[in-house]
Design a protein around this ligand. Structure first.
Ligand SMILES: [Zn+2]
Length: 84
């Protein structure tokens, strides 16, 4: 029996992005995923089929709008956790 890890939403995260995502409190994650600005819908939508990457200490989620399937992205600032 082979264990199939493929679920309906395949997340593709780089290692750095994975670590940053892990640093986001689990209670906050669904909120972040459901408050992504879509330029086509002109409102906040849910991001689906997203992948994560790290840039300058922040996490960038890139995926598709759950409503119109257009490309959306969300920057999650994790670098502001540093003390001033
Ligand atoms: Zn949209």
């Amino acid at each position: 029996m082979s264990k199939d890890e493929n679920s309906m939403s395949a997340k593709i995260f780089s290692l750095q992005a994975e670590l940053l995502w892990e640093s986001v409190p689990p209670a906050v994650r669904p909120t972040l995923l459901c408050n992504v600005w879509c330029g086509q819908c002109r409102t906040e939508v849910e991001i689906v089929d997203y992948a994560g990457k790290e840039k300058a200490g922040d996490l960038i989620l890139e995926g598709r709008c759950a409503v119109c399937a257009g490309r959306v992205a969300r920057l999650i600032e994790t670098s502001d956790r540093r003390p001033p």
